[in-house]
Ligand binder design. Structure first.
Ligand code: SF4
Length: 223
């Protein structure tokens, strides 16, 4: 099946396609390597019937593409991202339905560990960036960020949390004032195209809290 990428990517201004991956697609879509990467990856995902295997394959391919860039000896020393620096965990992260369902099942299994009140407040921002940044910084804190400022679902973290590395000073990532600021990102074009392929394949995409809330209700209703 061929996907109507132009229509899908035109939604990139909202949360449906992650903004960074969408920009990379717009920049590189004329190059055969990249357009074919999107299409073949979306087709490949379609063949995998198991939700768990699909997400695993998606994340594995993103990790491989990112690690290839990071393995360059001139790149790694220039990365500002460090464990415990979690500014990006207060931004609006977008996920596929598959990613949301994997993370929702973790919340259902360990409900006592998560602040469901905060999740509801976040989910009510739906897919709106304006509503999201209208929340206080404390309310925007990702549900999965633990007390040590580390990701508590690191193995299952969404693809966008795997692909974005910052070259500018880490302070520029702060959204404490309710705004995103310009940051210089490492170019991870192959990973971005894989992400676009996965989002194109996915029936639903959106902001992590909104997608989590829907997935939790869906999974509970299936029981
Ligand atoms: S899933 Fe993990 S890495 Fe991604 S925003 Fe949440 S805490 Fe941060």
């Amino acid at each position: 099946m061929r996907y109507n990428l132009t229509n899908v990517i035109s939604r990139g201004g909202c949360i449906n396609i992650p903004a960074i991956a969408s920009r990379t697609y717009t920049r590189l879509k004329q190059e055969a390597h990249y357009s074919s990467l999107v299409q073949t990856f979306a087709d490949k995902l379609k063949e995998i019937k198991s939700l768990f295997e699909r997400v695993k394959f998606f994340h594995q391919k993103v990790d491989e593409a990112v690690n290839k860039v990071l393995s360059n000896e001139f790149v790694s020393p220039r990365i500002s991202c460090r464990p415990g620096c979690a500014h990006c965990c207060y931004t609006q992260v977008s996920v596929t339905q598959d990613e949301a369902e994997i993370l929702a099942s973790r919340i259902i299994a360990n409900a006592d560990e998560f602040d469901m009140g905060r999740l509801l407040v976040q989910a009510q921002a739906l897919n709106s960036a304006d509503k999201w940044y209208g929340l206080s910084c404390a309310k925007r804190r990702c549900l999965f960020l633990n007390d040590d400022n580390l990701c508590s679902v690191y193995e299952d973290r969404p693809a966008v949390c795997r692909a974005n590395y910052v070259l500018s000073a880490k302070e520029s990532c702060s959204t404490e004032d309710g705004q995103e600021h310009h940051v210089r990102l490492l170019s991870t074009a192959d990973a971005d195209m894989i992400i676009v392929g996965a989002f194109v394949h996915s029936a639903e995409n959106g902001a992590l809290p909104f997608m989590l809330w829907r997935a939790i209700n869906k999974l509970k209703n299936q029981r």
